[in-house]
Design a protein around this ligand. Structure first.
Ligand code: URP
Ligand code: ZN
Ligand code: ZN
Length: 466
């Protein structure tokens, strides 16, 4: 007789965004079909005794194979980036498809799909980056793409070649208003940054630390206020991504107090790194150059508070990997001459969940349901992944089994991305995902890779459920 279940995950402690309880999970045809006590035997079994059984992580903010200009190459392609994500307990990632100036969004997507096709270890879907909001992009392309399942797009207020002016942001937000899609905003004031860069370079202050001093809190706070105000004018919800400090959080709180729908996101770098890390000897500070930059202990405490109290809905990695000791990475010839040319971004897709689990759950700052909400459930709701982010009957069987007793020290040598360092090297962690199931298929079993590139599939998305 054939078994009723293809797979049973047995004896674990399950957590959802609201509850923690002991149960077995029965899986058939890639979906969760039963949750209960003492389920009958499956064709395959995972013994989760003494383990937490959580929804697979959804990392809704990662950069993979993104064109980075000037001879700079991102350290991860879809194979290495999603492999690393999988080892970190994730089953879905949402990378950004960047529209280059003069390019249509469709062309950008064709290229990006080709890079991902057959290479992914996790399910995936793409946000769009709108860098050239022409009349045809806003009038025809973008609305059609929203209807095709690309239901979120990011705009930048910083970076030469990417930043949009306020009029362009308003027009792009208006597409979101008309279609129901979601706009994500990178909030830093480019003109203020350029002014400060000029002053620093004039005084010969060109070391990596100057990256942090030329992007102070005021630059992020002002842009956050402006982005929220523009969203209010258009009357659309908005996602404020990678928030680094209490002043920007205050802007989110007061917009919400005015009745605005605002989704807040923060990332591991704002919890465990500070600007002092950019001071490293021999240009090692370049390993921590990301935007917004890590701040100070007060900002870290504020971000923790934001995770605990609901200012933040999303905890993402902003994985944006460049190799350090590489002329195509952090130590490119221009980057060695001035902080201004060090590519922005740090790796972290594999360490996002263990850092929050260890520093958050194990240290008693957040409980397990909040961890699940911040790392999976809220991402699915926000970005329209209807069958993901929850352990419930009918959902995709995307599950991470965590060993809460496992102690590790983060060493890049043990990670699976394409970079040559981790900004979290040496951080002591308690709790790690040891077995990961994607659509009912065991991809990692007790730390051993069982899945193959191509097991992860592209998933078009619905409109946000917020
Ligand atoms: O420094 C960062 N965060 N690089 C990634 C691109 C972005 O702004 O998210
Ligand atoms: Zn950004
Ligand atoms: Zn990013």
């Amino acid at each position: 007789m054939t078994a009723r279940f293809d797979l049973v995950i047995r004896g674990g402690t399950l957590a959802t965004a609201s509850d923690v309880f002991a149960a077995d999970i029965g899986i058939r045809d890639g979906r969760i079909v039963q949750i209960g006590e003492a389920l009958e035997a499956g064709a395959q079994e995972i013994d989760a005794t003494g383990r937490y059984v959580l929804p697979g992580g959804i990392d809704s903010h990662v950069h993979i194979s993104q064109p980075s200009g000037d001879g700079i190459v991102m350290a991860d392609d879809f194979e290495s980036g999603t492999r690393s994500a999988l080892f970190g307990g994730n089953t879905t990632v949402l990378p950004f498809c960047l529209q280059e100036k003069g390019q249509t969004l469709r062309d950008a997507l064709t290229n990006y799909h080709a890079l991902a096709e057959g290479r992914c270890y996790t399910d995936h879907s793409f946000h769009l980056i709108v860098s050239d909001p022409t009349a045809s992009v806003l009038g025809q392309e973008l609305p059609a793409l929203v209807a095709d399942g690309y239901t979120s797009f990011k705009v930048f207020m910083t970076y030469e070649g990417l930043r949009l002016n306020d009029a362009e942001i308003l027009d792009t937000m208006d597409v979101a208003r008309r279609t129901g899609a979601l706009v994500m905003v990178h909030c830093e004031n480019e003109d203020a940054i350029r002014y400060l860069i000029g002053r620093h370079e004039a005084s010969g202050d060109v070391a990596p630390r100057a990256h942090a001093t030329t992007r102070p809190v005021a630059v992020e706070r002002e842009a956050t206020h402006r982005a929220l105000s523009l969203a209010e004018v258009v009357d659309v919800p908005v996602v404020i991504v990678h928030v680094s400090n209490g002043a920007a959080m205050e802007e989110i709180r007061s917009a919400r107090a005015r009745g605005r729908k605002v989704i807040g996101e923060t990332c591991p770098q704002y919890l465990v790194l500070t600007a002092d890390d950019l001071d490293g000897m021999d240009w090692e500070g370049a390993k921590f150059v990301c935007s917004p930059p890590p701040r100070d202990r007060t900002a870290q405490d504020a971000c923790w508070m934001g995770l605990e109290t609901g200012v933040f809905d999303l905890f993402s990695s902003d994985h944006c990997p460049f190799r350090y000791d590489d002329p195509k990475g952090k130590l490119n010839p221009k980057g060695k001459a001035s902080f201004r040319h060090i590519p922005n971004g740090i790796p972290g897709v594999e360490t996002r969940l263990p850092i929050l689990f260890s520093e958050g759950v194990m240290k008693g700052r957040i409980d397990l349901p909040r961890f699940v909400a911040l790392t999976a459930t809220n991402h699915a709701k926000t970005y329209g992944l209807e069958r993901k982010g929850r352990i419930a009957v009918g959902m995709d069987a995307d599950i991470a089994v965590w060993d809460p007793e496992e102690r590790r020290t983060i060493r890049h040598a043990d990670l699976h991305d394409g970079a040559d360092y981790s900004p979290y090297e040496g951080l002591e962690i308690q709790g790690w995902p040891t077995t990961v199931v994607l659509g009912g298929r065991t991809m990692i079993e007790d730390g051993q890779l069982r899945g193959r590139p191509g097991d992860g599939r592209y998933r078009p998305r619905s409109l946000p459920a917020i």
